[in-house]
Design a protein around this ligand. Structure first.
Ligand SMILES: C[S@@+](CC[C@H](N)C(=O)[O-])C[C@H]1O[C@@H](n2cnc3c(N)ncnc32)[C@H](O)[C@@H]1O
Ligand SMILES: [Zn+2]
Length: 300
């Protein structure tokens, strides 16, 4: 959909638009240089009020420094999670409360099987890299990414939910984390140049994407060959609530949530151009690592 200055003005969040000050323009331009048009993947020009694709004739607005790559009318999106993103926005209020993550991990991994600090440690080890640029796909408020990032690294988070992104931006500012950059975008249409990232994570979201292989392919497109990917998602494990078939079916029917088998995950990764699948199971919750195929990994 074509974005015009009028559609930006019509959006109440446009009031929050922060035009970069002239002195900061070079730094801002460098920060935004990684972004590409999510439709044609072409270059974007940095304007005062947004990023413009000359090919598609679209200006993606900047709202409080966060570029918005989502189409204006998400209510017609085929993906029910995108259509109902207001629910995710509401979840953002409690997402990093003391009880939310422990509750989720108890329900899916099993009572006291693991906690967020262990997830952060394991995911951090899986994507350990000397490289500088990390992608956080479906980042939420950057729950994993913010905790993993080294001081000399930069994290680019993409998520469909304003509520999550704004919460993440507030936490990053509160904690003085200047290397965290959020964008509103679908994982299936990432607004990044190809071969950009040295590592990628995707926490608690793979089971939400309607087409797993397409989403992984799009993540892989933005990664350098040989770059590690770490994912947390749901599997039909031996403990945790998803060991019950009826619950898996119910979650699928009501929330479009897909519960993977391990072999299925490996197959999806292979089809999407990843190798070296290494899962670590916590009941119905899995953390896995895979490597983006490239010259040095072919046949690995
Ligand atoms: C359970 S939260 C996970 C947040 C964080 N990554 C974590 O590890 O805690 C799932 C996130 O996926 C996002 N999401 C769902 N479908 C998406 C899609 N197609 N593209 C981008 N984000 C999506 C939601 O908005 C939500 O913030
Ligand atoms: Zn374009």
């Amino acid at each position: 959909m074509r974005r015009t200055p009028e559609t930006v003005r019509d959006n109440p969040l446009a009031a929050l638009t922060a035009a970069p000050a002239a002195a900061d323009f070079a730094a801002t331009a460098e920060r935004f240089s990684l972004y590409a048009c999510p439709s044609c993947k072409g270059d974007l020009a940095l304007l005062e009020d947004g990023l413009r694709c000359q090919v598609c004739q679209i200006t993606y607005p900047l709202l409080d420094g966060i570029p918005d790559f989502m189409p204006a009318d998400i209510h017609r999106d085929p993906n029910q999670i995108v259509r109902n993103v207001a629910r995710v926005d509401r979840l953002a209020r409690v997402y990093e409360s003391r009880w939310w993550y422990p509750l989720v991990l108890s329900v899916y991994a099993g009572w006291r099987k693991t906690l967020l600090p262990e997830m952060v440690r394991v995911v951090g080890e899986m994507i350990h890299t000397d490289g500088r640029l990390i992608l956080d796909a479906a980042c939420g408020p950057g729950t994993l990414g913010r905790r993993i990032l080294a001081p000399d690294q930069a994290l680019y988070g993409a998520d469909i939910s304003w509520g999550m992104l704004r919460a993440g931006q507030d936490y990053a500012r509160r904690d003085g984390l200047s290397g965290i950059h959020f964008a509103r975008a679908k994982v299936e249409m990432l607004p990044f140049r190809p071969l950009s990232f040295d590592a990628a994570i995707c926490g608690g979201a793979l089971h939400l994407f309607p087409d797993t292989v397409a989403a992984l392919q799009e993540i892989g497109r933005t990664m350098k060959p040989g770059a590690p990917l770490a994912v947390t998602t749901f599997v039909s494990g031996r403990s945790g609530i998803l060991r019950f078939r009826r619950i898996r079916e119910y979650m699928r029917a009501t929330q479009g949530l897909h519960v993977f088998a391990l072999a299925e995950l490996e197959d999806c990764l292979m089809q999407a151009g990843f190798v070296g699948f290494a899962p670590r199971l916590y009941g119905s919750w899995v953390v896995f690592r895979a490597i983006r195929c490239g010259a040095s990994t072919r046949g690995a």
